[in-house]
Ligand binder design. Sequence first.
Ligand SMILES: [Zn+2]
Length: 164
Amino acid sequence: MRKPKYADEVLVERILASFRQVRPDKWVAATAADWQHVIRIESADENGNVQCVSCGRVVPYKQANGGHWIGRGRWATIFEPFNIHPQCVQCNRHDGDGTAKINYTLWMVDSYGLSLCEELLELAKAPRPSWTMEELAWRKLGYQKRIKEAEARLRGELASRTAT
Ligand SMILES: [Zn+2]
């Protein structure tokens, strides 16, 4: 295995430097953005596509959103793996009549069962966790590493297909 170019501490220090420029709620938003990226890319098939949980449309992961079932405003569930899945932009951002959200809920119950959905709803009521800047920076670095690994997997799959 190749030695990493930078030690984790150096990478975390860079993230901390960027956090110091902005308000604390932005630290959560920036970390959540990487988490959404993790969900999209790790859900991607060998062609780099994901399926929208609301409408079933297949779209490139780069054009999809990581859609929260319980909204991002609820920090207690913002990083819960079961609470976030690929959605097309239409369903995630332009759900005027709420149909996409209803379909998302049906998909959740169908995929995980009602009791897990109820657990998530219960968890969402908890007060906002008070993460430290350092905790979020390490979390963000972990997500960035997962994104890099998934990018390597997708590149590898693409290369092996074009070689045959
Ligand atoms: Zn959709």
